[in-house]
Write a protein that binds this ligand. Structure first.
Ligand code: KE4
Length: 432
């Protein structure tokens, strides 16, 4: 029997102090464990597929710092490349050849990207791409989908996913109506609703932005024909199609969801994996659109630390590791084994559940489903998810602390890790 009452004395002390220093004691809301109950564990170090907390407990990690750790945490080749880069300084604020190197890798990998701009987060990338969409089309309105999350910029905090959904925030105070009045929303996977929005706002919609595989309302894949339908609709209405691949980029495939599903958007946002664990975001796409970005064109966007040599180094090394043959076949196999196993165990232990996986991304809802959109996702038993999360944590398995997040695997997760995870899940679900 695995020890089910872990010692968390030091975590509790540190988190208690943190709550006096930082709002909610965290640097990002979802980390506070608000929706799963209990207190977050405080990390001491990470390596490969594993976490050690400040009390010395070890966990198999399925969050991977929310996506970047797809090659495993602190990969030796990334670490040694960073040591080398450090000797030459941490930030230049000037052109550096490493930006060319990572830019070429991203352009070679991602079908829609002919030109790219690096920023420091996915939020920044989505903010910039929105401004660019509006400038290029000279239209103001955008369509996003309920439950999708595109960072915390005002214009996107409308029926957003991730931490907004987790904390059940209505949207957010402090966001002026003027910022969201041009943000239209539709249910994910609902082409008819999108068609209706285009009809009702003829000639006014700059574009459609979406997560091509949703990870911020829990794991929700696109229905067959959905992405193709959006591609046709945006073409028909002279609007742009934007894939927010901050989470799916280099995770669903080396060329992202757009490569996997064979749909090429006009613009793409990226983040997480391309920074290899350091702060990097990016946006890119058609050359005629990207050429509008300052200083090549009039659309302004800037950033002190954008393209810094350390972050570029971590990104380059990470993509080098990912583009090796067999990477995505391994990720697909190991993640499918986990997701299918969890689903089977849930059903065997009498719990209504649905879910699945695509490449290195997976999810499990405690509802019979199917889950095609955020409304469906909200029917899941989040209280049960919280008890499941805690039970797994006590057995050394670290899952995303919210029903409205996705799970992530890495190249460092082994069959033994998956088997250990499934054994823990069977114990927890049998006792729920
Ligand atoms: P960041 O600003 O957090 O780098 O990226 C925002 C973002 C944009 N688009 C998508 C599809 C995203 O998933 C994200 C960020 N994802 C969340 C996790 N669901 C980050 C974790 C957090 O907010 O702490």
């Amino acid at each position: 029997m695995v020890n089910t009452t872990i010692k968390t004395t030091k975590s509790q002390e540190i988190f208690a102090a943190a709550q006096n220093l930082m709002p909610g004691g965290v640097s990002s809301p979802v980390r506070a464990f608000k929706s799963v109950g209990g207190q977050p564990i405080v990390f001491d170090r990470v390596k490969g597929a594993y976490i050690w907390d400040v009390d010395g407990n070890k966990y198999i990690d399925y969050v991977g710092t929310w996506g970047p750790a797809i090659c495993g945490h602190a990969h030796p080749e990334v670490i040694s490349a960073l040591h080398e880069a450090l000797e030459k300084g941490t930030s230049f604020g000037a052109p550096c050849v490493l930006e060319n190197v990572l830019a070429e890798m991203v352009i070679d990998a991602v079908p829609s990207i002919e030109m790219v701009r690096f920023v420091n987060s996915g939020t920044e990338a989505c903010m910039a791409v929105l401004r660019l969409m509006r400038a290029f089309t000279q239209r103001e309105k955008i369509i996003k989908f309920e439950g999708c999350y595109h960072g915390h910029a005002d214009m996107f905090l409308v029926k957003a996913g991730s931490g907004v959904a987790t904390l059940g925030l209505p949207d957010s105070p402090g966001v002026p109506k003027s910022a969201t009045s041009s943000t239209l929303t539709a249910p994910y996977n609902d082409l008819e609703a999108v068609k209706a929005l285009f009809e009702a706002n003829r000639g006014e919609i700059a574009g459609v932005i979406l997560e091509p595989v949703v990870g911020n309302a829990g794991f929700i894949p696109p229905d067959a024909g959905f992405l193709e339908g959006l591609r046709e609709l945006t073409h028909e209405h002279g609007a742009l199609l934007v894939f927010d691949e901050v989470m799916t980029g280099f995770r669903i495939a080396y060329g992202g969801a757009q490569e996997k599903f064979g749909i090429t958007p006009d613009l793409t946002t990226m983040g997480k994996v391309i920074g290899g664990g350091l702060p990097v975001g990016a946006y890119g796409g058609r050359r005629d659109i990207m050429s509008m970005i300052a200083p090549a064109g009039p659309v302004y966007q800037a950033g002190t630390l954008s393209g810094n040599p350390l972050a570029m180094t971590a990104g380059i090394k990470t993509l080098e590791l990912l583009r090796k043959p067999g990477t995505y076949e391994y990720l697909e196999r190991i993640t499918k084994k986990l997701a299918d196993g969890l689903l089977q165990i849930a059903q065997e232990t009498g719990h209504a559940a649905c879910g699945g996986s695509i490449s290195a991304m997976f999810g499990l809802f405690f509802t019979s489903g199917p889950v095609h959109n955020y409304e469906d996702a909200k029917k899941s038993d989040t209280a049960k998810f919280g008890r499941f999360h805690r039970g797994m944590l006590e057995r050394g398995i670290y899952l995303a602390p919210s029903q409205f997040e996705a799970g992530f695997t890495s190249l460092e997760h082994t069959d033994e890790d998956i088997e250990q995870t499934l054994a823990a899940a069977r114990e927890v679900l049998s006792s729920l």
